[in-house]
Design a protein around this ligand. Structure first.
Ligand SMILES: CC(C)(COP(=O)(O)OP(=O)(O)OC[C@H]1O[C@@H](n2cnc3c(N)ncnc32)[C@H](O)[C@@H]1O)[C@@H](O)C(=O)NCCC(=O)NCCS
Ligand SMILES: Nc1ncnc2c1ncn2[C@@H]1O[C@H](COP(=O)(O)OP(=O)(O)OP(=O)(O)O)[C@@H](O)[C@H]1O
Length: 201
């Protein structure tokens, strides 16, 4: 089974592109969705201890947590140290299920793939990218998003230019949905034909 790592900075189009892979029959594990699921459904003692002000009825209130972190960005590191091992565990279970089902491809959508050195856990890395202007417009258009919060998140992400350099495949999402979909199909075909990278191609 070939494990695809999909990444890109905030608002570059990861979720949209992951959906396109899913529509082509590739099973997808979305790290952000796993985090949200943990907050909604799991009573994690370490989170209760570290962020008591963001807990409602035993589980994390994500909006409150987000406000707390925007006010105190240094706490993000602590949050990551609690959350990332849980995400990693879910990822392993997902891959085991896919292997057992005999899948030929599986995709991990990992926003912080390079930052947490997850390249070692995947066979090929696909990076989504677009113009920084478009990125900012997309993100600031989201309800609840502020310039401060965006800057807090960007400060924890590797610059897009560096991600692009490290990519095996690039998908530009500034040219519309159809162009991105064609590119997804092309990448799947390349992988199925054993071509794992376009680096130095
Ligand atoms: C900071 C939190 C509370 C903000 O919640 P909110 O609902 O507003 O945003 P959401 O989760 O949808 O994230 C928005 C974007 O920021 C990115 N992002 C989230 N956390 C981080 C982080 N620690 N570092 C860099 N980027 C991040 C996400 O991948 C996504 O692209 C939340 O993102 C969170 O709990 N982050 C910590 C967990 C984490 O590291 N997640 C990254 C993927 S495992
Ligand atoms: N190929 C594309 N063509 C046009 N618009 C796109 C394309 N890909 C994504 N978008 C738009 O960009 C916005 C952000 O996309 P998306 O939510 O997929 O980003 P993301 O990288 O997953 O964000 P985050 O990092 O916050 O999770 C959405 O409004 C989406 O419709």
């Amino acid at each position: 089974m070939i494990v695809i790592g999909l990444t890109g900075s905030i608002g570059m189009g990861k979720s949209t592109t992951a959906k396109m892979f899913a529509e082509e029959g590739v099973a997808v594990n979305d790290a952000d969705a796993v985090v949200h699921d943990i907050y909604r459904n799991e009573d994690v003692a370490a989170l209760r201890d570290a962020f008591p002000g963001s807990i409602r009825s035993g589980i994390v209130d994500r909006q409150q947590l987000s406000r707390e972190l925007t006010a105190a960005p240094e706490k993000l590191r602590l949050l990551e140290s609690i959350i990332h091992p849980l995400v990693r565990q879910r990822e392993k279970e997902f891959l085991a299920r896919q292997r057992q089902a005999g899948a030929d491809l599986a995709l991990l959508d990992i926003p912080l793939l390079f930052e947490v050195k997850a390249e070692d856990r995947v066979d090929t890395v696909v990076v989504v990218t677009c113009d920084p202007q478009i990125q900012r417009e997309r993100v600031l258009a989201r309800p609840g998003m502020t310039a401060e919060k965006l800057d807090m998140i960007l400060s924890r992400q590797m610059p897009d230019a560096e991600k692009r350099k490290r990519a095996d495949f690039l998908i530009h999402t500034g040219a519309g949905m159809n162009a991105a979909r064609q590119r997804v199909k092309q990448i799947i075909a390349a992988l199925k034909a054993g071509r794992m990278t376009e680096k130095h191609a």
